[in-house]
Design a protein around this ligand. Sequence first.
Ligand code: HPA
Length: 245
Amino acid sequence: MTLMAIIGGTGLTRLPDLTIVRRERITTPYGDPSSELVFGHFHQQELVFLARHGNPHIIPPHKINYRANIWALKEAGAASILAIAAVGGIRADMVPGKIAVPNQIIDYTYGRPHTFFETDLELVTHVDFTHPYSPWLREKILTAAQVAGVSIIDDGVYGCTQGPRLETAAEINRMERDGCDLVGMTGMPEAALARELGIDYACCAVIANWAAGKTAAEITMMEIEANLVAGMADLTSILRHFVQA
Ligand code: HPA
């Protein structure tokens, strides 16, 4: 059995039901990851968990050392990564509290170190990123959700913004015209870096709020946190079936 990694996002800095075997601080050629790697057993499956925003420190999305995180997981032996991310809902069915498994990405971030292929190159390397998420990993999540009896949205274009501020209503309108269904701040360059290192990667997006301008109400951290608590309960149930499949 190959080692699976889970990257936990906002609202999931630790994994419930994880029996911790050891913690490891790894340094990488790109600096330190967001947190120590936590190795353990989750319903009999060995896995490694990383808190994307640090634990207990909160690292904002644009300050996360994505390269160090992905490099550390590769070094730990992870062959696949299930990334958990809080997002805003743009498409009408992307209702707060629900979970979506996106199948495409549009990257609006800037100034983030976003590649391992920068220096000491023998060849200029362009990885194929036509389908940014691993198809088999996505299918496995969708099947686990079905078995768990959790209704889940089986597609979606994830638009990744720079943050840390939320978007304007006009920015969300533009993203919608571009074809985005969800908006988050951490999906990139994380997914592309995993592809560069040959790690299978898929995302479970927990919808925390309606994106800016989609309701008259202001978006509050309280609303985000309440919806994440609801979504995370479903997510834990999906994960349990995922690892037991
Ligand atoms: N926009 C960007 N990122 C987010 C949002 C949002 O509305 N909600 C949770 N993460």
